[in-house]
Design a protein around this ligand. Structure first.
Ligand code: BEZ
Ligand code: FE
Length: 290
């Protein structure tokens, strides 16, 4: 098209893509560019504002490393990561939530009932529940990967004072679908806010806090892998998670206990529980693979 105008540029873009051979790429890109053009027209975006946006993306590239991906963080704080999760969450199964940047491969195995807390300071929590299908039938052999922060709000790969793989494990459930472990109550923490995403948060009057949570990946043959997190109902940041990860069904209750008999059966640390301690029940429902 020789004479492109504000109104015809979007159609011109679509025409340029007419020979694309990947239909999904074509569909997604055309929609994205259509919305970008609408955005620029609607906001009457200035050159200075456009340059600021480009600067943000440039700084995100500069600060990113294999361990820190500022573009994922940008997607997280804009709500895009959570929206992609929600668009693909199956009905009647446990909702997924953001993976976050602190997951690492190779966590050690812990038997059902094992003690993840070890020498970590802080309140003890006994976490237990079942992994089932949508009909409530236990899924034998499901593997849970679990990771969390220590009492200081840091993950082991952010904090040189913690042993490697501190507060990380893999647990395989038996025929009853049951999992259980003792751990330390995780603490709320902030997403990294020392880069361009932090600048954006602060410039828009936002805070970088996430409510405390336990991360889980639940894998079972024949089922959709579930990447999720669970949050306590009394966390002060529950209703303002900086990355929009909280869903109604992912909120659980820490029950304060002073009687050791209230602990789930078969805990390795049963005779080391100091009062008060907490119990949490949380079941995972997996959707069948389609
Ligand atoms: C996390 O839960 O570990 C996390 C998620 C998104 C951004 C930063 C951290
Ligand atoms: Fe996290």
């Amino acid at each position: 098209m020789r004479s492109v105008t504000k109104q015809t540029i979007t159609q011109a873009f679509l025409d340029y893509c007419a020979d694309g051979t990947d239909p999904r790429l074509k569909f997604v890109l055309e929609s994205l560019v259509g919305h970008l053009h609408d955005f620029a027209r609607e906001t009457e975006l200035t050159h200075a504002e456009w340059r600021k946006g480009i600067e943000l993306l440039t700084k995100a590239g500069e600060i990113s490393t294999p361990e820190r991906n500022e573009f994922i963080l940008l997607s997280d704080v804009l709500g895009l990561s959570s929206l992609v999760d929600m668009v693909h969450s199956p009905d009647d199964a446990t909702n997924s939530s953001v993976l976050g940047p602190f997951h690492i491969l190779g966590a050690p195995d812990l038997p059902v009932g094992g003690d993840l807390k070890q020498d970590n300071d802080g309140p003890t929590v006994a976490v237990s529940g079942r992994v089932t299908d949508k009909a409530g039938q236990p899924i034998e052999g499901a593997v849970l990967e679990i990771w969390q922060t220590a009492d200081n709000g840091l993950y082991s790969n952010q904090d040189a004072s913690q042993p490697d793989y501190n507060l990380r494990c893999r647990m395989t459930v038996g025929a009853d679908g049951r999992y259980a472990f003792t751990t330390v109550r995780p603490a709320p923490y902030t997403v990294p806010d020392d880069g361009p995403v932090g600048e954006l948060l602060h410039a828009t009057g936002r805070h970088p806090w996430r409510p405390s949570h336990l991360h889980f990946i639940v894998v079972a043959e024949g089922y959709r892998t579930l990447v999720t997190e669970v949050f306590p109902d009394d966390d002060p940041w529950l209703d303002q998670d900086a990355v929009f990860g909280v869903r109604e069904d992912l909120v659980m209750h820490y029950r304060e206990q002073s009687d050791p008999a209230a602990a789930p059966a078969g805990l390795e640390a049963a005779n080391r529980l100091t009062n008060p301690y907490y119990t949490v029940d949380f079941d995972f429902v997996l959707a069948a693979e389609t």
